[in-house]
Design a protein around this ligand. Sequence first.
Ligand SMILES: Nc1ncnc2c1ncn2[C@@H]1O[C@H](COP(=O)(O)OP(=O)(O)OP(=O)(O)O)[C@@H](O)[C@H]1O
Ligand SMILES: O=C(O)c1ccc[n+]([C@@H]2O[C@H](COP(=O)([O-])O)[C@@H](O)[C@H]2O)c1
Length: 207
Amino acid sequence: MIGIFGGTFDPVHYGHLRAVIEVGEIFGLEQVRLIPNKTPPHRLEPSASASMRLEMLQLAACTLSNVVIDTRELDREGPSYMVDTLSSLRGDFPERPLLLFVGSDAFNGLTTWHRWRELFDHAHIVVMTRPGSSARPENDFWDVLQVFEAGDLARYKAGKLFFQPITQLDISASAIRKMIAEKRDPRFLLPDAVLDYIHSHHLYQNA
Ligand SMILES: Nc1ncnc2c1ncn2[C@@H]1O[C@H](COP(=O)(O)OP(=O)(O)OP(=O)(O)O)[C@@H](O)[C@H]1O
Ligand SMILES: O=C(O)c1ccc[n+]([C@@H]2O[C@H](COP(=O)([O-])O)[C@@H](O)[C@H]2O)c1
């Protein structure tokens, strides 16, 4: 099974990294693909450029095993729609179960994503429960798709919805950007190498 973890990563932090390790272990994933977006469809333009967000991700993930940084969204023009990304990954991995991981905050907006129903044609969706955000908006569709045994994800290539609690780390990129703009110290919320990069490139000086 292959894990897919998309994000803006502006910047990457320990909430992301801890989640990647935990889902890799829990589901016995052969690899987790970290996919930074180029043009996020549902939010303002990121503060750091795509190439800087990628460099920070590389610094953060270089010690993780079975993690691949996948640049297909950076290589594509236009909005970084996840349905296009999953369709392209399905082409690369025709026979493997694909697990798209989203935090509960991202899941709560899922029905506003571009062609969202088609996401399930290509992958399962695993919702990682996250502090400050309860993970189940009203939607009859979810009852049809939800499975309660992680083993069901391995039996099908796509199409199931699963909720997975993970260690709760109340860390967000927006809070880190704000701390830096306010000249506060965000150490231990993100890797030192990423923080050094942020300081040396004078990122996030303005909130
Ligand atoms: N602390 C966390 N624990 C679990 N999942 C997280 C955490 N932070 C982010 N995620 C998830 O990682 C994915 C990418 O998130 P993103 O890169 O937007 O980070 P963010 O911290 O949510 O950023 P921002 O604060 O700018 O919105 C999303 O699915 C999000 O829900
Ligand atoms: O495809 C969409 O319409 C879509 C809408 C909102 C978010 N996404 C993707 O979902 C992932 C998490 O989004 P975010 O905003 O929490 O970084 C990231 O890979 C985004 O590109 C995708």
